[in-house]
Design a protein around this ligand. Structure first.
Ligand code: HEM
Ligand SMILES: *[C@@H]1O[C@H](CO)[C@@H](O)[C@H](O)[C@H]1NC(C)=O
Length: 360
């Protein structure tokens, strides 16, 4: 009896120490992978299932949706208003949270992900963040992000219908205040997180043109979104602009008002500019902020670090360096940061770029 208590205490001590990154004996999983913590072995079958069967092994619509879902689940957290953060409540309480206007369009991701959660007997909170980390590994240029396991089943829906999830028509102060409240995100963290809009598009801002991308390279995790959103907007991609949409510079591309204003606000414009063409700086800032976002509502010490299950993304292709879309010139950059000029980029040759929709 006494011995049993002692060994139970040792086990929990070992778990806590491993969460703080103290090296411990590595475990070899049934498939041959080695991991720092044996509990992480459970995620390899999930990985091998979702790469082909959820994501079609590509940085496409389902990968993008998984990344957006991880944000909308996690950001449902406020010290004063409640919510469990990255707890899976957006799936566990989907009948409530999917009715919140800011979650418009996430029903697809919830419906496609739910059977995998059931089949692998993991919590929705863990699965959502795992799927997002894995989705990034399919997007060339993405940094390797972490994954922590151990989120319990959510007890309640995040508070709503309005307030916790930023909307594209919110002003910059509102968005920055919300992000600071949710997790102490700095304005630079918020800009870094918006690198996600490099692998993204909108289905519902203008529902007549689903899959309209936010930059010209929605299958690459590059810095084009930071360049292209800084260009003077001249046209809408559809005939009837949606709420929270402003004119974009490139045909077939959608610009969110929130991205447009964050690129130009004194609180954020220099951070925005700092990521344009700065792949390595963008990667490390994004990874740091994403890892923080993925555990909102939890303490790291209550979770197990399974980052070694997440594959690395391929690098950007050699011909995918930062550039202006064809037809643009540096003069179309709307300088906003007061401290230094926007970096100079060369336009791609040929007729003005038209960006095709993301296949749905
Ligand atoms: C902070 C303010 C943010 C606002 C106002 C915002 C707003 C939006 C909007 C309106 C859409 C289009 C949804 C649709 O119509 O289908 C969208 C898409 C997306 N957002 Fe954000 N977002 C923000 C931050 C983030 C963050 C932090 C992440 C992830 C780390 C993220 C990831 C994505 C992704 C991946 C998509 C594309 C989804 C798809 O193509 O299916 N966003 N966002
Ligand atoms: C699913 O996981 C829970 C919690 O880890 C466990 O109690 C339960 O027995 C598992 N169910 C199946 C069918 O494996």
């Amino acid at each position: 009896m006494y011995m049993k208590h002692i060994s139970a205490a040792f086990i929990s001590l070992a778990t806590i120490r491993s969460a703080y990154g103290v090296p411990q004996r590595r475990a070899t999983c049934p498939g041959g992978h080695t991991v720092a913590n044996a509990a992480c072995c459970a995620w390899f079958p999930v990985l091998e299932d979702i790469l082909p069967n959820l994501f079609d092994n590509e940085c496409g619509d389902d990968a993008h949706a998984a990344l957006r879902l991880s944000f909308h689940d996690a950001i449902g957290f406020s010290p004063s208003k409640g919510g469990g953060g990255a707890d899976g409540s957006i799936i566990t309480f989907s009948s409530t949270e999917l009715n919140y206007p800011a979650n418009n369009g996430l029903d697809d991701a919830v419906v496609t992900q739910s059977p995998f959660i059931k089949a692998h007997n993991v919590t929705a909170g863990d699965f959502i963040q795992f799927a997002a980390a894995v989705s990034l590994s399919l997007c060339p240029g993405a940094p390797k992000v972490g994954f922590m396991m151990g989120r319990p089943v959510a007890k309640a829906a995040a508070p709503g219908p309005d307030g916790l999830v930023p909307e594209p028509f919110d002003n910059v102060n509102v968005i920055l205040a919300r992000m600071a409240d949710a997790g102490g995100f700095t304005p630079t963290d918020v800009v870094a997180l918006l690198a996600s809009h490099s692998v993204a598009g909108a289905d519902n801002v203008d529902p007549t043109i689903p899959g309209t991308p936010f930059d010209s390279t929605p299958a690459l995790f590059d810095t084009q979104v930071f360049i292209e959103v800084q260009l003077r907007g001249t046209k809408f991609p559809g005939s009837d602009p949606g709420q929270g949409e402003v004119m974009s510079a490139v045909a077939g591309e959608m610009r969110l008002q929130s991205d447009h204003l964050i690129a130009r606000d004194t609180a954020t414009s220099c951070a925005w500019q700092s990521f344009a063409g700065n792949q390595a700086g963008m990667q490390s800032a994004f990874a740091k902020a994403f890892n923080k976002m993925a555990i909102l509502g939890h303490s790291a010490s209550s979770l197990i670090d399974c980052s070694d299950v997440i594959p690395a993304a391929p690098p950007l292709p050699a011909n995918a360096g930062p550039h202006l879309p064809a037809g643009q010139t540096q003069k179309n950059i709307e300088q906003a940061c007061a401290n230094s000029p926007f970096p100079t980029f060369t336009a791609q040759p040929g007729p003005a770029t038209t960006v095709p929709a993301i296949p749905q």
